[in-house]
Write a protein that binds this ligand. Structure first.
Ligand code: HEC
Length: 143
């Protein structure tokens, strides 16, 4: 296929994925395939997420390297429950919400983490958030 044909196909695919096809509204709709929670747990340790995080209700992970007051607990009964989309955002766009813990920055994994690892991580983490919205609804609207 010629380069510009491939680009056209690529752009169309992105438009369809982003829900911008003719007649559709422009709200972003992402429906991710389900990850594997067990692999997500392994990835959590392999990518050293445990160095800064403890997970509510998850025993047996290596201890964080930061002092207890710096450690960010993931999951549990949170005052502002994260939606699935917010959880994905937290993993792939950590600079988005710099409100707290400004002296400890979560690194970006986007050049090293595979999409599969990201899906596994979120599938592993999601059930730890007690009041999250359903994960795999037919459509997810970002608001
Ligand atoms: C160097 C420390 C550090 C590492 C390593 C780290 N994080 Fe974070 N993470 C943070 C900080 C700081 C925040 C922001 C916490 C806040 O909102 O106060 C955060 C926030 C999060 C949140 C949102 C928490 C919430 O409930 O708002 C998730 C989910 C998360 N991290 C997952 C991960 C995953 C998965 C990894 C490994 C791929 C990882 N983190 C590695 C420091 C780290």
């Amino acid at each position: 296929m010629k380069t510009n044909q491939m680009m056209t196909v690529g752009v169309l695919a992105i438009m369809l994925l982003a829900g911008c096809g003719p007649g559709q509204d422009k709200r972003a709709v992402f429906v991710f395939p389900e990850g594997d929670a067990l692999r997500g747990r392994e990835t959590f340790v392999a990518l050293r997420c445990h160095e800064c995080h403890r997970i509510d209700g998850e025993a047996g992970l290596p201890a964080p390297v930061w002092s207890a007051e710096k450690v960010v607990v993931l999951g549990g009964e949170v005052p502002r429950p994260l939606s699935y989309g917010q959880l994905v955002t937290a993993v792939i766009h950590p600079d988005y919400d710099l409100a707290k813990h400004s002296d400890m920055r979560m690194p970006s994994y986007n050049e090293t983490m595979t999409v599969g690892q990201m899906l596994d991580l979120v599938t592993f983490l999601q059930p730890h958030y007690k009041r999250l919205q359903p994960v795999y609804s037919d459509q997810y609207f970002l608001h």
